[in-house]
Design a binder for this molecule. Structure first.
Ligand SMILES: *Cc1c(COP(=O)(O)O)cnc(C)c1O
Length: 384
């Protein structure tokens, strides 16, 4: 039996809620999505939550609402999913990459100031693997320079930084409910903010620029009239998806507790496999959402490279992930930004040595032991 890299934890509650939604007569955005938004806002301590069809859609809207002008710069991490930088480009901005910390693979906030210019408009920290970036100094720089902060919180549902929930710190936070993330709606995302004006514009951008709630209009006496004061997209989350999300959200703390237990078990089991090094912990107080368990392989000790190592582990029946190939190593961004390998040494090195181990609530303790045993055997079979 092989161990998959990821598997969503869907229970009877989610299935029954989806069936109830299908039977209710309202399957696109409606009452369940409104309730999911409200409960999500409560969980992350934000005033507004805007449900969207994916975190990519959410990041796109977040970038559009910044009203970037051609040539405006947005600072972010090179170690992220392409959506973070693609959406900056689609909104007319230029991504500016700042190197990461070797131990946490989070944006190195100490290097931020060097990358600021008079075209800088926003900072997009990525809370890598569920561990928060150092938000206090980042918010201070943003405040002093009048920059917006948009958190890529795709890994960070349930993450806390110095006692504050991610989702209540920056101007905007964007969460993902893709099946591998900490909670899922199959596909989906959420934008949170305390700024009522940003929330209003995001809701318009999310749905054609049309101002009213269709589900209220179609249900009652209200006439189905509408007006458009700005163009919008079609990025709404359906009630079928929100039906799943409502129950996932209630299980979030249990999911994180289970992920934390498994992460500790990996930590302990990997302590005597020095060629496979887990990430370190940030020095400030935080709650880790344990979205990913990322390790770095010490290829200098081995006869094979990272790709060959991963192939050997997968051939032994253990699914692996790769989070992420550094943005500046991707063809489009290499062309757009030039060769940044020397300027981003930590991200460049990490990008070549990392991979991610299976980590999800349904993983058994014995699966963790088996994964580590396969890693140990692969190291022993390929020592230099
Ligand atoms: C998954 C992910 C996204 C995109 O999320 P989707 O919901 O799949 O669009 C964005 N940023 C990061 C860092 C991610 O891991």
């Amino acid at each position: 039996m092989s161990i998959p890299f990821s598997r969503p934890s869907i229970g009877a509650e989610e299935i029954e809620e989806v069936v109830a939604c299908l039977r209710s007569g309202w399957i696109t955005s409606g009452p369940r999505t409104a309730r999911f938004e409200q409960e999500f806002a409560e969980v992350v301590h934000s005033t507004h939550a805007i449900a969207v069809s994916s975190a990519t859609a959410g990041l796109h809207l977040a970038m559009l609402v910044l009203d970037l002008q051609p040539g405006d710069e947005v600072i972010t991490s090179p170690l992220t999913w392409p959506a973070t930088v693609n959406t900056i480009v689609f909104a007319g901005g230029k991504p500016v990459l700042v190197d990461i910390e070797a131990d946490t693979l989070n944006l190195d906030v100490r290097q931020l100031s060097r990358k600021l210019s008079d075209r800088t408009r926003a900072i997009v920290p990525v809370h890598f693997a569920g561990q928060p970036c150092d938000m206090a100094p980042l918010m201070e720089i943003a405040g002093a320079k009048g920059l917006r902060v948009v958190e890529d919180a795709a890994h960070a549902v349930g993450t806390e930084y110095r006692g504050r929930r991610v989702g209540s710190i920056g101007d905007l936070s964007v969460f993902s409910f893709h099946p591998i993330k900490n909670i899922t709606t199959a596909e989906g995302g959420m934008i949170t903010t305390d700024d009522g004006e940003l929330a209003r514009r995001l809701r318009l951008l999310r749905f054609h620029g049309v101002e009213r709630d269709a589900w209220k209009a179609y249900g009652g006496a209200q006439l189905p009239l509408y007006d458009v004061s700005m163009p919008g997209l079609k990025y709404n989350l359906t009630d079928i998806q929100s039906a799943i999300g409502l129950h996932q959200l209630r299980k979030l703390d249990d999911f994180i507790a289970r992920r934390q237990h498994l992460a500790r078990r990996y930590d302990a089991a990997l302590a005597d496999v020095p060629e496979i090094r887990p990430l370190g912990n940030a020095p400030y107080p935080f709650r880790h959402a344990h979205h990913l368990y990322v390790v770095r392989v010490q290829t200098a000790a081995l006869r094979i490279n990272r790709e060959e190592f991963m192939a050997a582990v997968q051939a032994a029946g253990v699914g692996l992930g790769l989070h992420f190939i550094a943005v500046h190593e991707l063809t489009y961004y290499r062309r757009l930004l030039g060769d940044l390998r020397a300027e981003l040494p930590v991200a460049t090195d990490a990008s070549r040595r990392i991979f991610s181990l299976p980590l999800y609530p349904g993983l058994a303790d014995s699966d963790v032991d088996r994964v580590v045993e396969v890693l140990r055997q692969t190291v022993n079979a390929n020592r230099r």
